[in-house]
Design a protein around this ligand. Structure first.
Ligand SMILES: [Zn+2]
Ligand SMILES: [Zn+2]
Length: 301
């Protein structure tokens, strides 16, 4: 059976009143794993201090109020045997546009630049657009495209030198009957995912829509790097049931998730933070840029 992780879902189902207990500081620190023997700048990168907040207590229709999620410590991440970036010549991230991108859609080059900073030092390539035929194997429901079928098709196109290939589309996606829509889906081991910007409110607020796109693109790619939903800190890898929940989430990885991508990418944390700061200043997100700039200083060698 194919294992598809449905990442960001429509508002369906009822709150299960699951008693999620916010991990205390001891558990949050333990989830990062032992830092013994690491250089000081890496110890600083993987220590929460005051720059990271615990995950907020979920309420209402929040992700953790509606589903039971075990989380994933750094050790559990290693035990899951994630794909090693760069192994077998797989040294690129590909952004694969699907269908048309009108003028008011997020700029693909901006997304590419952001991804290259976020997953530094892995280069990010923008692939040539592919189209989904109206009549074909990929199921449709009105204007919506079936994300499972689309992912099946994209999976066959993953380039041999891709660590991951992320499809992006302006078309609305639905994963199957019983679902209204889905923001995105990814397959952890199959190195691919796809997500839609159809519901980001581009017409109402272009900048807010871009920030949502940035969050989702890096969240989904994080999954393709083998990272599961974060239950420790308020973190980009937190699950989300809705746009307001995505809006509340920060743009950064917490120390637990940061250590997971660092395992494969081996970047210098301060350099990565600086690149993100530069991108965010250039694209007029001063609040987010400030946080990354401060972390760049804390994690300097
Ligand atoms: Zn997710
Ligand atoms: Zn995290």
């Amino acid at each position: 059976m194919k294992k598809t992780l449905v990442l960001l879902t429509a508002l369906i189902g009822l709150p299960l009143a699951l008693a999620f207990i916010v991990p205390n500081e001891k558990r949050r620190t333990a989830a990062v794993g032992s830092l013994v023997g690491l250089d000081d700048h890496l110890k600083a990168a993987f220590t929460a201090g005051e720059d990271f907040q615990p995950i907020p207590k979920p309420g209402g229709m929040d992700w953790l109020a509606t589903r039971k999620e075990p989380g994933q410590t750094y050790r559990q991440f290693l035990e899951s045997r994630p794909n090693k970036p760069g192994a077998n010549g797989r040294k690129f991230i590909y952004l694969q546009p699907v269908g048309d991108f009108p003028d008011d859609a997020p700029s693909l080059e901006t997304l590419r630049e952001y991804m290259e900073a976020y997953f530094h030092p892995m280069p990010v390539k923008l692939s040539k657009k592919v189209t989904v035929k109206k009549t074909g194997k990929i199921r449709r429901r009105g204007e919506q495209i079936n994300s499972t079928d689309l992912l099946d098709a994209l999976q066959k196109r993953v380039p041999h030198d891709a660590h991951v290939m992320m499809g992006v589309t302006m078309a609305d996606l639905y994963p199957g009957d019983g679902w209204n829509f889905v923001f995105g889906v990814a397959r952890l081991k199959k190195r691919c995912g796809v997500f839609s910007f159809a519901r980001y409110g581009i017409k109402e607020d272009k900048k807010k829509a871009l920030l949502r796109a940035l969050k989702v693109i890096s969240h989904e790619t994080g999954h393709a790097f083998g990272i599961k939903h974060c239950i420790h800190h308020h973190c980009l890898m937190n699950g989300s049931n809705s746009l307001p929940e995505t809006d509340r989430a920060p743009l950064h990885f917490c120390p637990v998730c940061l250590r997971k991508i660092h395992w494969g990418l081996k970047f210098d944390p301060s350099t990565r933070y600086q690149k993100l700061e530069e991108f965010l200043i250039k694209n007029d997100f001063p609040g987010e840029a400030k946080w990354f700039g401060e972390r760049a200083k804390v994690t300097e060698k």
